[in-house]
Design a protein around this ligand. Structure first.
Ligand SMILES: [Zn+2]
Length: 268
């Protein structure tokens, strides 16, 4: 990535006069604003910034952390997309609630110090949900307001959640076949998972156990008959009894090609 951004950088007063972050982190914030697209995020890596400013990755990492901890940017790593990192701006167009007023304050006014815990970026929460569950049984959402918003904010407050915690929560949901509607016709909805009782159950891992396969006695590959070449072993599909040859060492854990069912050494 060799793009030096030609756009203007914007460093709002609340960032410029912040005393908790290093001066260069403010510069980095400006750089990020110049890179961000209309939607308010960019994909630049620490490595990219390190090269741009001729500093170490660690230095950039510290600057980024300081911006995150002051609530000026949000980081979202998409594990399904090669751990690609999205940096979200907490800007005017994409306000972090509570920060918005501060962005407009003149430098003379004392800057409120408690922005961090009061900031819940609804737009980001919304986008993360839809990104995560697009193309699954779990319905995407059109908006977060009214009761839904009230409930959501309550949960964030109760759990003292950051946006990263929200990401972790969504990952937890996605790991459960049951919650994802892969076991029955029922799947979660946004409103269901922000219900306090349901949230507690999910957080406590009540739905994770269901992914575990019932334990079955494990076969050893040597129990399967070796073929004439000595490189493959024959297994029978436990569902349809079709025989086929599989890797001689991996056969015990393999699923049948015909039905994706377990393999057995002998015809049933
Ligand atoms: Zn079969």
């Amino acid at each position: 990535m060799e793009i030096k951004s030609s756009y203007y950088a914007i460093i709002p007063a609340i960032v410029r006069y912040n005393e908790n972050i290093p001066p260069n982190a403010k510069l980095l914030y400006g750089e990020i604003t110049a890179l961000c697209n209309k939607k308010g995020y960019c994909y630049a890596s620490n490595k990219y910034f390190a090269k741009l400013y001729s500093v170490s990755n660690n230095t950039v990492s510290n600057w980024v952390s300081s911006l995150v901890s002051e609530g000026f940017i949000r980081i979202f790593v998409n594990q399904e997309d090669g751990n690609q990192r999205k940096i979200w701006l907490s800007s005017k167009e994409f306000p972090v609630e509570g920060l918005q007023e501060n962005l407009d304050t003149s430098p003379k006014k004392p800057v409120q110090n408690n922005t961090k815990n009061n900031t819940i970026n609804i737009t980001l929460i919304h986008t993360m949900w839809n990104d995560k569950f697009k193309g699954t049984n779990v319905p995407t959402i059109i908006s977060i307001n009214g009761n839904r918003k009230t409930h959501l904010m309550k949960r964030f407050k109760e759990n003292k959640w950051t946006i990263e915690d929200w990401g972790t929560y969504l990952n937890k949901i996605k790991k459960s076949k049951f919650l994802m509607g892969e076991e029955t016709s029922w799947s979660v909805t946004f409103d269901w998972v922000i219900n306090p009782t349901n949230m507690t159950k999910i957080l406590e891992g009540n739905y994770e156990k269901e992914n575990k396969q019932p334990t079955k006695p494990k076969l050893h590959f040597s129990e399967f008959k070796l073929d004439a070449t000595g490189n493959a072993r024959m297994g029978y599909c436990t569902k349809c009894n079709t025989s086929d040859f599989y890797d001689q060492f991996k056969i015990a854990g393999e699923d049948s090609r015909c039905c994706n069912a377990d393999l057995t050494p002998n015809r049933r």
